[in-house]
Structure formats: C-alpha cells, structure tokens
Design a protein around this ligand. Sequence first.
Ligand code: GLY
Length: 410
Amino acid sequence: MSIKTYCVILLILATLQNTGCTPHQDSNEVTHTLEGEEIDTLIFFAGQKLEKMLVWLENKQELPRSYSQGQLVTTNRSDWTVGFFPGMLWYMYEYSGDDKWKRQAEKWTDLLEVNKSLDWNTHDLGFMMFNSYGKAYHITGQPGYKATLLQTADSLAALFNPKVGTTLSWPWKKHWSHNTIIDNMMNLELLIWAATNGGDPIYEDMALQHALKTKENHVRNDFSSFHVVDYDKETGAVRASVTAQGFADESTWSRGQAWGIYGFTMMCRETGNLGCLEVAEGMANFFLDHLPEDLVPYWDFNAPGIPNEPRDASAACIAASALVELTGLTGNAYYLQAANNILSSLAQNYLYPIREENPFMIKHCTGAKPANSEVDVPLIYADYYFLEALLRLKHLEEPRFVSLGINKRS
Ligand code: GLY
C-alpha cells in the first residue's frame, strides 16, 4: 500500500472518530449509516491490528484473549474464546483473498483440532470450533475440516438431555442438576450444520428443542433474559432461574441479552421457526430500548451504579452483528439503522488508536464483573463480532462471503 493510500485511510478513521456520527438515545432515529469506504477502512483497521497480534503471538502456541498492563493475555487451546482469533483470520482471508491470511488461519485453526475429542465436555464447543473450523470448511471445502466439525458436533450432542430438552452448559458445576445458559444458544448452529452435512439428522431437532425451551424459560415476558436456568435432570422441571455473570438473578446481563438476539436470529435463519423470530425481535427491542445515549450498554442493564458502571462493548458488537441479519429476516430497516448507529458509536469512541502496540480494536469490554474478572478491557470476541458486523454490512452491498453464516448452508 502506498503512503498516500495509508494517509487517506488514517484520515477516514480520524473522521469517523471525531465528527459526523452522533449516536442518539433513540436508536430508531437515523444518525449515521456506514458507507462502503468507511466499512473498508474499518476492516483495514482490523487487518492492521491482526498483523500486530501475529507479531505478539510469534513462537507462541496460545491464543489471544485480552490485553492488560501492556501485555497480551493468552489462553490455552481449551478456552471458550479460542475460535475467535482463527475466525477473524478466515474473515480477513475471504475479504481480501490474500494468501497471507489463509496461511495464518490454517495454522491457528489446526492448533484447535484437539478440541474435537469425544470426552471434551462443554457447550462452548460451538464457539471454539464452528467459528474456526466452520469458517475453514465453508471457505475451503476441505474434507478434513468437515470431519473434525462432525466429530465435535457428536461431542456437543452428548450433552443433550431429552428429559429436559436442552444441552447441558457447564457439566463441571455440580451444585446444579442440569444448567443451561443463554450463551448456549450460540452453539446450536454447529448441531444444525452437522444434521444437514452428514451428521445425525436428529441434531437439528435437538437444536430446535433447545431454542424453544430457552424461549420458554430464559426469556421473560418483557423479553429481558435470565442468564442461567437450572433444570431437574430427571423431570425437566425448572429448579432455579439465576445469574452467574450478571448483577442479580432478576437482572439482565447485557452480553447474555446479546447472545440471545444473535442465537434466536440464527435459529430462525436455520429452521424458519417463527417463535425464534418473535424472540429475536423482542430481545432486540429490549436491548435497543435500554441502551444509554452512546448505544453501548453497561455490563448489566440493571447494574446498580449506572451511569458509573463499566460498559460491555462486546455486547454492543454481538448485537450489532445480529441486528444486520435480523433486518434481512424481518425486512425491518429499523434494525439495520440501529446496527449502523451502534457500529458508528463504537468507531467514534471505542477504538484503540491504530498505531498503539495493543493489538485489539475495541475498548471497554467486561468479561465477568461479579468475579471482578476482565473489567473494562479489550476482549477478542468483541473484535470478532465487530469485524463480522462490518462484513455483514459489506455483504448487503455485495453478497459474496460464504463464511458469514448468513448464507444458507450448502
Ligand atoms: N460465554 C461466556 C461469556 O459470554 O462470557
């Protein structure tokens, strides 16, 4: 890239960050719609940060999760977040066609193969493997990726309890009988994909049962959500509706609400189930109606010290990506405008400078506030869904990305 082009890109980034797009509390009000050049600039920014990340990761066998006190925070390959970095590399490859991204995507995806093993025991397999191996397979069509995904889907399906109608989320938390968390909606896509790509066809029914049970018990009448529902593993009765990462059992944890919007939207796309669509819209409306002025939620919608509470920008990124898809399923341009407004606010106020050593894009995320863990930090999944949302906007202009999930599976 020439110096001149680079300067133009810096200028557009500076413009996005300093002027023009003023989000407003009413996310229905037209404020700022990201245009092609701005989207490309933000994707370029993502590429620059990923280049920095690759330098940080040289000679490491660990995956990036956050950044603290001037140091990269990494995880081993069994952490729930490990799929996001390879997923971003696949996104950059599909966007640019540049083999340098493919080589890195292959390398970091291969590192995760160990997670397919049948005794691996967590619902997070979808996050870990569908975001990495799933994209690898959709883009390359290589049978090895498919075989790994199918084996992973078998591991995930082993957590399904037919007496309850959901997959168990955290098998190691023995004080619960059969816990299911709202986040678990995100992992159903792997089961559906497997059911229609050579795996057991029953997995599609499992996924739909799980979604409908979550609709029944996690989603309240006003479309806010519980984080955790514990079921009796023998009778399927609800034993408790509680939180793990939110402020209180009755509160609404912002990222949980975002996972719900995304998960129910995806389930509507994959199954055509209108109950899922109703919940996706209801949860989206709740999310948008309860945002602060800059459209980036506090870590919990009911956090007691608002406005002096940490934000969770990761929830904004996840919701923005889901809202782009929800627009296509509902035909309601309100959701697309809301996605644009949220992304514009993130671009304006929540980006680390491009030149900083910190290899992340998005500031002010919160992992688990009650545990005082990862409060007001960058998180790899915020960056992932920010990039995905941008690509989804790009896809609306020029449909060509098979890795996005918004294309029906082949
Ligand atoms: N699924 C874990 C989280 O959202 O923190």
